[in-house]
Design a protein around this ligand. Structure first.
Ligand code: ADP
Length: 163
């Protein structure tokens, strides 16, 4: 069975990467689907986010990266995925994720949403937290892959990404 892992990934964190690595083991194929949301201005343009993920998953077999807009269920079908993979960090994620899962089930009863519990040591990580830390010059090297740390440093104009 193939799975779709959709998200904004603005930017990719080590928490996302952990989920991708575990999804790659569980499924025959995993598509990381990067949402292009025209109503939001991302910190990193779509092409950059795709490159960040591409570089971070180079060591994995059976994982591909694609962009999408529109409905996640349509993207899952287009990719031949039977499962939508999502991560749960804490109870605070649960209500929104459950609502999303029910919505997707009503739109596409043949698709399942599967939640993986985030690794405990990554459960505090979010793309927004990482951006806040980088904005104020903090060290993000244990939060994001090396390529993303460099991109964050460039975005916030810092000379030294590992400070
Ligand atoms: P979205 O805008 O769809 O929430 P995100 O890029 O923030 O996109 O997250 C995509 C998916 O990755 C979601 O299922 C989210 O719960 C999961 N996720 C986010 N942060 C982490 C993390 N630190 N560890 C594991 N999964 C995470």
């Amino acid at each position: 069975m193939r799975a779709l892992y959709p998200g904004s990934f603005d930017p990719l964190t080590l928490g996302h990467l952990d989920l991708i690595e575990r999804g790659a083991v569980l499924f025959d194929g995993l598509v990381v689907a990067v949402l292009q949301n025209p109503s939001k201005t991302p910190a990193f343009p779509l092409e950059r986010r795709l490159e960040q993920i591409q570089r971070a998953i180079a060591h994995l077999n059976g994982v591909e990266v694609r962009s999408f807009d529109g409905l996640t269920v349509d993207m899952a079908r287009a990719c031949g995925a039977g499962v939508i993979l999502r991560g749960l960090r804490a109870m605070s994620d649960f209500e929104f994720e459950l609502q999303l899962a029910h919505t997707n089930k009503s739109l596409a009863p043949d698709l399942e949403t599967l939640f993986l519990a985030t690794a405990a040591h990554h459960s505090f990580l979010s793309s927004s937290v990482v951006k806040e830390v980088a904005r104020f010059g903090g060290n993000v090297s244990r939060m994001v892959p090396p390529g993303v740390a460099e991109d964050l440093a460039r975005l916030f104009n810092q000379a030294n990404p590992s400070r």
